[in-house]
Design a protein around this ligand. Structure first.
Ligand code: ADP
Ligand code: GLC
Length: 482
């Protein structure tokens, strides 16, 4: 099968979160199953810096707008471990400081940017090779499904090609003003509640859900959750209607990148059989946060995250005064919403012996925290899958998580010990504190703690199984379409 991926993020070139990790690694697993995969990514400034002289595949693809055309180039991003990459080059859209916007808000023309991206992937595929299935990710590529089943409806080569949409996060849907219909040359008849309209906006993700042949999301639990009002963000009714075509497939992770036995970013390598190296990693991460004098028996608690309401930082803020009374230090890496950047920086300034924050995006520090911490916090309000808790398991760093979405599916707490981490339910900072205190209590018992680490390290969340599940969904979509 030939599968074309369209995504706004892909490691190693463009990443703000887990979407990039998934699009950077799932295709490789599909190739190993014998499929052919091409991945399309916008040629952002950051990508151009990394791959400045990508060969031109198509010198000019016309993307029409109401009173003008834009012309994009398709560049060859190269074949990496069997996966072909293409970049969509349109400097006026993508040669910018960041991918989606600045701290003061999203770029005003994101509908045009990602509408153009989707259309460019369709046009390029018609020339380079029509796939058996399109696999599009999140709202940024969802317009591809809408275009195929509207503007491109009568195209004989595209008619039999199904689209699979993966929802990585239903909290971001791409809402735009109604006039965007005209910008993207979409027929007004589609601006209805049954199709693209929601609360008088054009909703990209909704369009994707309506027109995709199959929809997947990134854990079984989240697939159930988004069909409820609490997690569906206004799309739960539609998702219930489409529940026969909705599949929860838990993300895999890339153990070539996230494994303490081979990780090039950490101070020492270690395995479940030979854990000594983790001590060196602990020293290293404490050094990176200027906490060299922390005692041996003090627990190191790590956080790596986008600073967003989704991630439950208000819970961390609420319990801080109580947490700093415990024998622990908290090291936080993250960036995002200014509100949390300021709040967490202030808290660190109040407790410099106990809490340190680095406000930035830094892949190396992220690896160091995974390796050097004893515990890892993810109190997310919702979490479609979550990758950091899965990385933590591999690094013998015990996750303390809120039991939601993929966090609930991947972490197991047993009342009498025997699990792989600690969980709490409800929107309740007391319950969160309680889970941390349970973890700190178990941490005192080195034997029990080490057993828990080893159980986590033995878990296998590689892509082998999920890739087979995706292939099944593609096959089903192809059969249904024909
Ligand atoms: P989400 O996609 O919602 O942000 P995930 O847990 O799926 O959450 O994935 C987050 C990914 O982004 C992980 O690979 C994590 O290490 C990385 N990450 C998040 N914030 C940072 C940061 N500030 N610096 C480096 N890596 C980060
Ligand atoms: C999203 C989700 C996260 C998930 C990631 C990759 O950003 O917030 O939970 O792991 O996508 O699917």
């Amino acid at each position: 099968m030939h599968i074309v991926f369209a995504s706004s993020e892909c490691t190693p070139w463009a990443k703000t979160g887990g979407l990039a990790d998934v699009v950077g690694s799932l295709p490789r697993a599909l190739v190993q199953l014998g499929h052919r995969v091409s991945v399309f990514l916008p040629y952002y400034r950051q990508v151009a810096k990394a791959v400045p002289s990508a060969p031109v595949v198509l010198p000019s693809v016309t993307i029409p707008f109401p009173s003008y055309n834009r012309f994009v180039r398709i560049l060859d991003g190269g074949l990496k471990e069997g996966v072909q990459h293409y970049f969509v080059d349109c400097p006026e859209m993508f040669d910018r400081e960041s991918f989606y916007g600045t701290p003061s808000g999203d770029y005003w023309d994101n509908a045009e940017r990602f509408g153009l991206f989707s259309r460019a992937v369709i046009e390029a595929s018609k020339v380079i090779g029509v796939p058996d299935v399109f696999h599009v990710h999140d709202w940024q590529a969802a317009m591809l499904a809408v275009l195929l089943r509207s503007t491109y409806y009568f195209d004989p080569v595209l008619a039999p090609v199904p689209v699979v949409l993966t929802i990585h996060n239903a909290g971001y849907q791409g809402w735009f003003p109604p006039r965007t219909m005209e910008t993207l040359l979409l027929p007004w008849e589609m601006f209805t509640f049954e199709a693209l309209e929601q609360d008088d906006t054009l909703n990209f993700l909704k369009g994707g859900i309506v027109y995709a042949d199959a929809i997947t999301t990134v854990s079984k639990k989240y697939a159930e959750e988004i069909q409820t009002a609490e997690f569906g963000n206004g799309l739960d009714g539609l998702l219930r209607m489409r529940s026969g075509d909705l599949f929860g497939i838990l993300n895999g992770v890339d153990y070539a990148e996230w494994d303490p036995a081979v990780d090039p970013h950490i101070a020492a390598h270690y395995t479940a059989e030979k854990l000594d190296g983790k001590k060196e990693c602990r020293r290293d991460v404490l050094h990176a946060f200027g906490l060299e004098s922390v005692a041996e028996e003090t627990a190191v608690i790590g956080v790596v995250s986008r600073f967003a309401t989704q991630k439950g930082f208000d819970f961390i803020v609420e319990i801080m005064e109580r947490l700093v009374q415990e024998d622990m230090v908290l090291v936080i890496l993250g960036n995002g919403e200014e509100y949390y950047e300021r709040l967490l920086t202030e808290m660190a300034a109040e407790h410099p012996e106990k809490v340190r924050v680095q406000v930035k995006y830094d892949n190396v520090i992220a690896h160091k925290i995974e390796a050097g911490s004893d515990m890892f916090l993810m109190p997310s309000r919702y979490e479609p899958c979550g990758l950091n808790q899965i990385y933590s398991l591999k690094y013998g760093t015990i996750p303390v998580v809120r039991a939601t979405g993929g966090l609930d599916d991947t972490i197991d707490e047993q009342p009498a010990g025997g699990g792989t981490g600690f969980k709490f339910w409800g929107y309740d900072s007391e319950a969160f504190l309680d889970a941390i205190l349970r973890a700190l209590g178990t941490f005192q018992n080195k034997g029990e703690w080490t057993q828990m680490m080893k159980r986590g390290m033995a878990q296998d969340f590689s892509w082998d199984k999920p890739a087979v599940e995706y292939a099944r969904v593609y096959q089903r979509a192809i059969e249904n379409r024909n």
